[in-house]
Design a protein around this ligand. Structure first.
Ligand SMILES: [Zn+2]
Length: 143
């Protein structure tokens, strides 16, 4: 079970006690009635979706019920840090950085051992040759 540290309760608690609350550090424009539609769209709808370190808000809904911020690695799903709402982003390195002296590994070049991965690759390869063609989705128009 994923454990999340609440910075107010100062405890590692199960993920089930928390609720995700979106990207952190979104600053509301002070003159929101005067900004352009594009600027409003950027503020209101557009959110980051990084691969790696991501700063987000969480709420300890079944605990102290307070909002806090967290830095989470979106690849490993590990929480790098949690801190109280209103505090600045902690200075964090890239969580996925290889330790010094480790050989660099390119993604997709690692060889996968075992027959299970080969079997999966084979089943993914092509549809069955004599399978009937799938009907088109949606309503078919009669001519
Ligand atoms: Zn709490």
């Amino acid at each position: 079970m994923l454990l999340i540290r609440c910075p107010y309760c100062k405890e590692d608690r199960p993920e089930l006690e928390f609720r995700h609350a979106g990207q952190a550090h979104i600053a509301r424009p002070s003159n929101i009635a005067e900004i352009s539609d594009e600027a409003f769209e950027e503020y209101f709808f557009i959110r980051g979706n990084p691969k790696g370190l991501y700063f987000e808000r969480w709420r300890h809904i079944h605990g102290c019920a307070r909002f806090f911020n967290a830095a989470r690695d979106t690849v490993s799903d590990k929480f790098v840090a949690t801190y109280k709402a209103g505090e600045k982003k902690p200075a964090l390195g890239t969580p996925r950085a290889a330790p010094a002296g480790a050989p660099a590994v390119k993604r997709g070049t690692a060889k996968v051992a075992g027959s299970a991965s080969k079997r999966n690759a084979a089943t993914r390869r092509a549809p069955v040759a004599n399978a009937p063609a799938k009907p088109a989705r949606g309503r078919a128009r009669k001519k």
